[in-house]
Design a protein around this ligand. Structure first.
Ligand code: NCD
Length: 290
C-alpha cells in the first residue's frame, strides 16, 4: 500500500512517472479508472484550493468523494483522531486525504487505517502535493532542463510546510536553493541564506514566495506585515526585465508577498500552479489507489 505523507516517500523515477501522467491528463480526457472507488477528504484545517483541487481530481477519475464535514464531526465532541480514523476505516474507503494543523497527523492516521493516506498538509511539516505541482510548473516551464536552476524561496520559511516539502524535493532534482527571509523567518539550515531579496533575486531563475503563517505564530515576532513587505514583497521594480518565474502556493497576501502588478505579469505562474495542482493530484491519487 502506498501512502503519500511526504515527498521523500517517492523515488525519482516514480516522481517522473507522476509528472508525465499529470501532463498526459492535461491533453487527454481521463478515463473513469476510479469508478468503483470511494475517497474520503478529511480537512481539519481551512483550505480553499487544496480541498477543491483534490476533490476535482478524484471526481475527474470517476471516484465517489465523501467529504467529512469536520465542523459536524465528532472530533468537535472530543473524539481522538485515532477513533475517527478507526470509524472511517470501517467504511472501507480506498483512500483518505487529510489536512490537519498538527504535524504528523497523516503518519499517525496511517497506523490506524487499511487504505492509502494522502497528506494535504500537516502543520508546518509537509505539503507534498504542493511541492509536486510546483515541480511540475518549473519542469514544464524549463522543458525538463531544471538541474542547476537557481531557485529562491522567500517568506516565512521557518513555519512553512510548503517550504519544507519544496526544499526536500527540489534539492533532490538538483536545483540550487537559496532561502531568503528576515532572520526570524529562517530555519536552521545548511542551505544558502540571504536577508536581502533585492540582491539575491538578480541571480535567480525561479522565486517561490510564501505567505506569512500568522496562524502558527504564538506571538508577533516582527513589526508589521507592511514593514516586512518593504524588504520582501516581490514587486515589478524588483523583477524588472529579468528572465525569472514567480510562484506562490496561495493564498497570497496582496502587496505583502507579491504586488498586484506582479500577479498580472506573464512571469507569475500562480494560476498555472492551480491548474497543475488538479493534474498532479489526479496522478497522485491514481498512483496511491490503483
Ligand atoms: C499553503 C498551505 O495551506 O500550506 N496553501 C495551499 O495549500 N494552497 C500555503 C499557505 O497557506 O500559505
Amino acid at each position: 500500500m502506498q501512502h503519500f505523507i511526504k515527498t521523500s516517500d517517492l523515488d525519482i523515477p516514480t516522481i517522473h512517472k507522476i509528472l508525465e501522467k499529470a501532463n498526459h491528463y492535461r491533453d487527454k480526457t481521463p478515463e473513469k479508472i476510479l469508478e468503483d472507488k470511494t475517497i474520503i477528504t478529511a480537512f481539519f484545517e481551512n483550505s480553499t484550493r487544496t480541498l477543491s483541487s483534490f476533490e476535482i481530481a478524484a471526481k475527474n477519475l470517476g471516484a465517489k468523494v465523501i467529504r467529512l464535514d469536520v465542523s459536524k464531526s465528532s472530533t468537535s465532541k472530543g473524539e481522538t483522531i485515532a477513533d475517527t480514523a478507526a470509524n472511517l476505516n470501517a467504511m472501507n474507503p480506498h483512500a483518505i486525504i487529510i489536512r490537519h494543523k498538527n504535524a504528523g497527523a497523516g503518519e499517525h492516521l496511517a497506523r490506524h487505517i487499511d487504505c492509502p493516506i494522502i497528506n494535504g498538509g500537516d502543520g508546518a511539516h509537509a505539503h507534498p502535493t504542493q511541492a509536486l505541482l510546483d515541480l511540475l510548473t518549473i519542469f514544464n516551464h524549463f522543458k525538463g532542463d531544471i538541474k542547476g536552476k537557481k531557485v529562491g524561496i522567500v517568506g516565512d520559511i521557518k513555519n512553512s510546510r510548503v517550504a519544507n516539502s519544496n526544499i526536500e524535493l527540489l534539492t533532490r532534482f538538483g536545483l540550487d536553493i537559496t532561502l531568503i527571509a528576515p532572520p526570524h523567518f529562517l530555519p536552521y539550515t545548511t542551505l544558502k541564506t540571504s536577508h536581502n531579496l533585492k540582491e539575491s533575486i538578480k541571480n535567480l531563475d525561479i522565486l517561490i514566495s510564501l505567505r506569512t503563517q500568522t496562524e502558527r505564530h504564538n506571538y508577533q515576532i516582527y513589526g508589521s506585515l507592511k514593514d516586512y513587505a518593504k524588504d520582501f514583497c516581490v514587486t515589478k521594480d524588483l523583477i524588472a526585465n529579468q528572465d525569472i518565474i514567480i510562484l506562490h502556493p496561495g493564498p497570497v497576501h496582496h502587496n505583502i508577498d507579491l504586488d498586484d502588478e506582479v500577479l498580472k505579469d506573464d512571469r507569475c505562474k500562480v494560476l498555472d500552479q492551480v491548474n497543475n495542482g488538479v493534474l498532479i493530484r489526479m496522478a497522485v491519487i491514481e498512483h496511491c489507489v490503483l
